[in-house]
Design a protein around this ligand. Structure first.
Ligand code: PXG
Length: 470
C-alpha cells in the first residue's frame, strides 16, 4: 500500500508541476500555457497565510477564492467534519428522509438571514444554487398560472457561476463566446460601474445609481412586464472587479421590482456571511430580495456547500400550491458539509466577525485604502466591508485608463505573487477580500505589501513609457 502522506511530502515542486500538467485540467486556465510555466503548488495554510511547496509564506488577501471567511485551520470546523464523517458521512434527502446537520443548518440559516426567509434549498456550489434559482423562479410563475413570465434579467460583467445556467446568468462576454451561451430567456443590462459609465458623463455617483437602475425599468417595459420573472444581481460584483454600486442603486432596483411584481434575487455567494459588514449584502445596500443564493462563506470553503435562501413569498407558493418540485442534487443537504456549515456560522457568531467587519476592521481597511489612493498609479480606490479595489490608471489627474492590451493589472499581480501577497487583477482593478479574522496589524502588513507592489508596477510602467509621468 502506498503511504500517500509520505509520497506527498517527498515529491519536489518540479515533480508536482509535471504531474499536474500531465493530468489536471484547471478551471478557467489556458492549459497549454500553464503546462509550460508550471503551477504554483500550495501545500498548507494557517490563519490568513499560505505556504507553497518551496516554503514561501504568502498573505492570502483573497480568502482562497472569496470564501475562507473564518481563516484557515479553525479547529471547530475540522472537528465538526471529523465527527460527522464518523457518525454519518452521507445520507440523502430525496426520499422523505433528512439528517440532523441539514435540519439544524436550515434552522440556523433562517435565524441569521434577513427577516422573512424561513426556508432553504441546499446545493453543492454557488453555480448549482443559481441553477436552482432559475428553475425555482420559473416554477413559481408556472404555479401562479403565468408560465410566460420566464425571462430573467441580469447584468453585463456579472458572475453567477459556470454551469449552463450560471454562465448564462453571468454577463462575462468571454464565457458567452464558448458553448452556445446564454441559454434562452436570460437578458442583460448595464452594470452600475460609475467610473466607467457614469463619470465620463459627468454624473455624480448618486445620479448614476438611479440611471443604472433605470436600465432595468427600460428593459422590463421593452420586454413587457408580463414576461419578466426576476432580476438577479450581486450586491457588490465580486469577480467583475469589486464594483461597488452607488448607494442609490439597490433601493431604486427594489422600487422597480416592486412596481412590476418582478422577483428580486440577491446572489450573495461572495457578499454573504459577513463580507460587507452585515450577514448579507442586501442588508448593507437596502434591498429586500425574494431569493438569496449563497455558497463559499457558508462553510468558509472548508467543504463544498451552496444553496438558496427562499423568502416567504416564494416558499408559500411552492409549499402550499407547488406539488412536487422536480429538482435536487445528490448532495443537497450533505451531512458533512452541513455540519461544517453549522460550526462555521456558530464560530462567525462567537467571534462577532460580522460586527467586527462593520465597526472595526472594515473602517480600518477603508482608512488604509485612503492612504493607498494617494499612490500615483491609483485612479480610484473603494472598499465595502472587507472587500476592496484599486484601479490602476495611466493619468491620475486626467482620469485616463491604461491601454488594456498592456495588461498592467497582470503585471501588478505578478509582483504580488513574488512579494508574498495574493491579490486578483480584473483588468486594471486590483482587488482583495481577506479573511474576516484579519487583524488591524495584519491589515497594515497587507497594505505595506500592496504599496510595495504598486511601487514596483509604477517603476515598470515608467520604464516602458506607459505613464504616469514622473
Ligand atoms: N455567484 C457568485 C456571485 C460568485 O462569485 C458563483 C456564483 C459560483 O459559485 P461556484 O461555487 O459554483 O464557483 C460565484 C463564484 C474569481 C472567481 O475569479 C469568483 C468565483 C468563482 C471562481 C473565480 O473572482 N465566484
Amino acid at each position: 500500500m502506498t503511504d500517500t502522506r509520505t509520497a506527498r511530502t517527498t515529491r519536489t515542486t518540479q515533480d508536482w508541476q509535471a504531474a499536474d500538467a500531465r493530468h489536471f485540467l484547471h478551471p478557467f486556465t489556458d492549459h497549454g500555457a500553464l503546462a509550460k510555466k508550471g503551477a504554483r503548488i500550495i501545500t498548507r495554510a494557517d490563519n490568513i497565510y499560505l505556504w507553497d511547496s518551496e516554503g514561501h509564506k504568502i498573505l492570502d488577501a483573497m480568502s482562497g477564492l472569496w470564501c475562507v471567511n473564518v481563516g484557515y485551520g479553525q479547529p471547530a470546523l475540522i472537528d465538526a467534519a471529523t465527527a460527522q464523517l464518523r457518525e454519518l458521512p452521507f445520507y440523502n434527502a430525496f426520499f422523505q428522509t433528512a439528517t440532523p446537520p441539514a435540519i439544524e443548518l436550515a434552522e440556523l440559516l433562517a435565524e441569521v438571514a434577513p427577516e422573512g426567509f424561513g426556508h432553504v434549498f441546499f446545493s453543492g456550489s454557488g453555480s448549482e444554487g443559481n441553477d436552482t434559482v432559475v428553475r425555482m423562479v420559473r416554477r413559481y410563475w408556472d404555479v401562479l398560472g403565468e408560465p410566460d413570465r420566464d425571462i430573467i434579467v441580469s447584468r453585463h460583467n456579472a458572475y453567477h457561476g459556470s454551469t449552463m445556467a450560471g454562465a448564462s446568468l453571468g454577463g462575462m462576454a468571454g464565457m458567452h463566446a464558448q458553448g452556445g451561451l446564454p441559454i434562452p430567456g436570460i437578458v442583460h443590462i448595464g452594470q452600475p460601474y460609475w467610473w466607467e459609465l457614469g463619470r465620463p458623463q459627468g454624473l455624480s455617483r448618486e445620479q448614476f445609481g438611479l440611471v443604472a437602475a433605470g436600465w432595468l425599468e427600460d428593459r422590463i417595459l421593452e420586454l413587457g412586464p408580463h414576461r419578466v420573472a426576476a432580476f438577479i444581481g450581486e450586491p457588490v460584483q465580486g469577480a467583475g472587479g469589486v464594483i461597488i454600486p452607488p448607494a442609490t442603486y439597490w433601493p431604486e432596483v427594489q422600487r422597480i421590482c416592486d412596481k412590476y411584481g418582478v422577483l428580486l434575487v440577491s446572489d450573495e455567494v461572495i457578499c454573504g456571511f459577513g463580507r460587507t459588514g452585515r450577514w448579507f449584502g442586501c442588508e448593507t445596500f437596502g434591498s429586500r430580495p425574494d431569493l438569496i443564493t449563497f455558497a463559499k462563506g457558508v462553510t468558509s470553503g472548508y467543504v463544498p456547500l451552496g444553496g438558496v435562501l427562499v423568502g416567504d413569498r416564494v416558499a408559500k407558493v411552492l409549499v402550499e400550491r407547488g406539488g412536487e418540485f422536480t429538482h435536487g442534487y445528490t448532495y443537497s443537504g450533505h451531512p458533512v458539509a452541513c455540519a461544517v456549515g453549522l460550526a462555521n456560522v456558530r464560530l462567525i457568531r462567537e467571534l462577532g466577525l460580522v460586527e467586527r467587519v462593520r465597526d472595526d476592521t472594515g473602517p480600518y481597511l477603508a482608512a488604509a485604502w485612503r492612504e493607498l489612493a494617494t499612490h500615483p498609479l491609483v485612479g480610484d480606490a473603494e472598499t465595502c466591508g472587507l472587500m476592496g479595489a484599486l484601479l490602476l490608471v495611466a493619468d491620475k489627474a486626467g482620469g485616463r485608463a491604461f491601454d488594456p492590451a498592456l495588461e498592467v493589472g497582470m503585471a501588478c499581480r505578478a509582483h504580488c505573487f513574488r512579494e508574498g501577497v495574493i491579490m486578483r487583477a480584473v483588468g486594471d482593478r486590483m482587488i482583495i477580500a481577506p479573511p474576516l479574522v484579519i487583524t488591524r496589524a495584519q491589515i497594515d502588513e497587507m497594505a505595506a505589501l500592496i504599496r510595495r507592489c504598486l511601487d514596483l508596477t509604477l517603476a515598470d510602467a515608467r520604464r516602458h513609457g506607459w505613464g504616469p509621468a514622473a
